[in-house]
Design a protein around this ligand. Structure first.
Ligand code: HEM
Length: 184
């Protein structure tokens, strides 16, 4: 994946666990310590970083991926790609509706991009069905975190569940339900 993904992971580990922890993660993964945003790195580098972070930080890889997804939606997206995100939508539904177009537009800047695809179907009861397709595997927890983070970013928190029975190697079905917020 493009270096901006690995670079965001570096930032996340540094901010949550400190620079020494990041050094240990990169060494264990056999990767460089930092990444050029516009350089394409083999997906193996990203997966190795997740595996190494799981060992160094002693946390399950799925939990780290989910946290990284939230961090991307609440921090990296708005801080580093605010213009792009703002042009994509103004709430969870519009961002998800326009996400494929947004990733496709990035292709001019990132010619080797192999983006995922999202379909979103709104139910009458406020739920959202999100259908995610990717040529990659194992990123479902990352998507859960991205979706939770979008809810947080737009002030409409959601509970995300994954329909395991419907999901396969390159397809995942998630259901978003508005979170019940306890009155203060
Ligand atoms: C403005 C913000 C965003 C930018 C600049 C961006 C850009 C990118 C880039 C460059 C990649 C790497 C793909 C590759 O190298 O082949 C990627 C992957 C991905 N993006 Fe985005 N993205 C943004 C927002 C989002 C949002 C809001 C979501 C979902 C809610 C999302 C979902 C994903 C997923 C799941 C992947 C992993 C690749 C895969 O599933 O195969 N992105 N994005």
């Amino acid at each position: 994946m493009y270096g901006l993904i690995n670079e965001a992971m570096r930032r996340h580990v540094v901010e949550t666990a400190g620079p020494a922890a990041w050094s240990a993660v990169a060494s264990r993964a056999g990767s460089s310590q930092s990444f050029a945003a516009l350089h394409y790195y083999d997906d193996d580098v990203t997966y190795a970083l997740v595996g190494a972070a799981s060992e160094v930080l002693d946390r399950p890889a799925d939990e780290l991926l989910r946290g990284f997804g939230r961090y991307w939606s609440t921090t990296v997206g708005p801080e580093s790609y605010g213009d792009i995100l703002g042009a994509t939508g103004t709430d969870v539904v519009s961002v998800l509706h326009n996400l494929d177009e947004m990733h496709a537009r990035l292709q001019s800047l990132y010619p080797d991009l192999r983006p995922p695809s999202f379909d979103v179907v709104a139910g009458d009861d406020g739920t959202l069905d999100v259908h995610y397709r990717s040529e990659r595997e194992g990123l479902a927890p990352f998507v859960v975190g991205l979706l939770e983070g979008l809810g947080e970013l737009y002030g409409t928190p959601v509970t995300v569940s994954r329909d395991e029975a419907a999901s396969g190697p390159h397809y995942e079905h998630f259901r978003l339900v508005p979170a019940v917020v306890e009155p203060a």
